[in-house]
Design a binder for this molecule. Structure first.
Ligand code: NDP
Ligand code: MG
Length: 393
């Protein structure tokens, strides 16, 4: 039986991971659960899964939760959930004996240090939190190699690529074909993007996800972040990764090999499929997913080029990755702040990419990054991004 930590268990990926575990009770035991602000849901999850450790983002929430658990009788012999908080709490939980596999579904750079702690403690990782690799790719991959642990992608495209590469280790890849739904503004002009509303941006045509990644999908920054994620996971240069807009979201990505053969992974757009594979690997679990109907609609396999001039975030992410050093850290930190400002009605949609470009142009890169250095640069970039948005906006 696998002992699993679900970091970010109250989010979109977290709750879907618990769905998969619920369907497979004989395979998994949940050792760790964690929330950001949604303590109520965490409490319900604790009473269902009885983890050894629960983590909240804030200390005051941890104290409230501890009290509530005591009052509800959770402290009974052999059934006690220890409550921790903050980044330290996540690191302690992810490296503890409460888990041997850590599914990281945290949001943004808050996922980086817990991933590192888990890898260094010899835990296998099921990684949804792409910002871990965007900000700390070199560091994390090096630690994964040293620790000899498995890093299993949860992101649907990367899960597809991972599956295409199975049994093909050592074979030369010509390119990775990374598919994108295109988001709600597929085919729009730059002019049209100027009047996008929050409601429009939050309405993704294919996937139901957390707010931050939904906005990243609308700007197509999500695809830029995924290029960087793929670059680290599969050790390929950015220029060997081609983005294909595939609005039906049935082909989750492909790999073209040296001999011209292209392998693809297909499936209905449901995150429970890649989550099941990452949790159950090397086995495949029964997911309850409906069969893929090939006769459903005659025209569903279409592919288009994205427009890198309209969706500037793709161009900015690829350039940041090519430039290396702290550029991807700056890209990620600034993007997190700008998306949050847009979600709170403080800047316009188009300004996300405009401000991002300015911030990256002004960024003075640093190299040979340690975890501490990455976190420090992230903090500095966040301040710069907030200042620029205040001044210009
Ligand atoms: P959500 O916003 O739905 O969930 C994020 C989770 O992390 C929640 O449990 C949230 O807690 C918690 N959290 C947020 N900030 C912090 C923090 N500072 N400290 C501790 N916990 C925190 O996001 P998603 O599930 O959509 O995405 C999670 C990750 O997976 C992202 O990196 C995303 O890019 C990636 N991903 C998501 C996909 C999807 O379909 N949703 C697909 C592929 C990748 P709370 O809600 O309690 O505040
Ligand atoms: Mg994806």
């Amino acid at each position: 039986m696998k002992q699993v930590a679900i970091l970010g268990s109250t989010g979109s990926i977290g709750t879907q991971s618990l769905d998969v575990i619920r369907r497979n009770p004989d395979r998994f035991r949940v050792g760790v659960l964690s929330c950001g602000r949604n303590v109520e849901l965490l409490e319900r999850q604790i009473s269902e899964f009885h983890p050894q450790i629960a983590v909240t983002a804030r200390e005051e929430d941890a104290l409230t939760l501890q009290k509530a658990l005591r009052e509800s009788g959770n402290a009974g012999a052999g059934n006690r959930t220890e409550v921790l908080w903050g980044q330290e709490g996540l690191k302690t939980a992810a490296s503890s004996n409460a888990c041997d596999l850590v599914l990281n579904a945290l949001l943004g750079i808050s996922g980086l240090a817990p991933t590192m702690a888990a890898v260094e403690a010899g835990k296998d990782i099921a990684l949804a939190n792409k910002e871990t690799l965007v900000t700390g790719g070199a560091l994390v991959m090096d630690a994964v190699r040293k620790a000899g642990v498995r890093l299993l992608p949860v992101d649907s495209e990367h899960s597809a690529i991972f599956q295409c590469l199975e049994g093909n280790q050592g074979r030369k890849i010509r390119k990775i074909l990374l598919t994108a739904s295109g988001g709600p503004f597929r085919g729009w002009s730059r002019k049209q993007l100027e009047s996008v509303t929050l409601e429009q941006a939050l309405h993704h045509p294919k996937w139901s996800m957390g707010k931050k990644i939904t906005i990243d999908s609308a700007t197509m920054m999500n695809k830029g972040l995924e290029v960087i994620e793929a670059r680290w996971l599969f050790d390929v240069p950015v220029d060997a990764i081609q983005i294909l807009v595939h609005p039906q979201s049935i082909v989750h990505s492909m790999v073209e090999f040296e001999d011209g053969s292209v392998l693809a992974q297909l499936g209905n757009p449901d995150m429970r499929i890649p989550i099941s594979l990452a949790l159950g690997y090397p086995d495949r679990l029964e997911s309850g997913e409906a069969e893929l109907d090939f006769f459903d609609a005659g025209s569903w396999l279409t592919f288009e080029r994205p427009d890198p001039e309209v969706f500037r975030c793709i161009t900015l992410a690829c350039s940041a990755s090519r430039a290396g050093g702290s550029y991807p850290v700056a890209l990620n930190g600034a993007n997190e702040v700008l998306v949050d400002l847009f979600l709170h009605g403080k800047i316009r949609f188009i300004e996300i990419q405009e401000y991002l470009e300015r911030i990256l142009d002004a960024h003075v890169p640093e190299y040979h990054l340690t975890l501490e250095k990455i976190l420090q640069i992230d903090q500095e970039v966040r301040q710069t991004a907030a200042q620029i948005a205040r001044k210009v906006g």
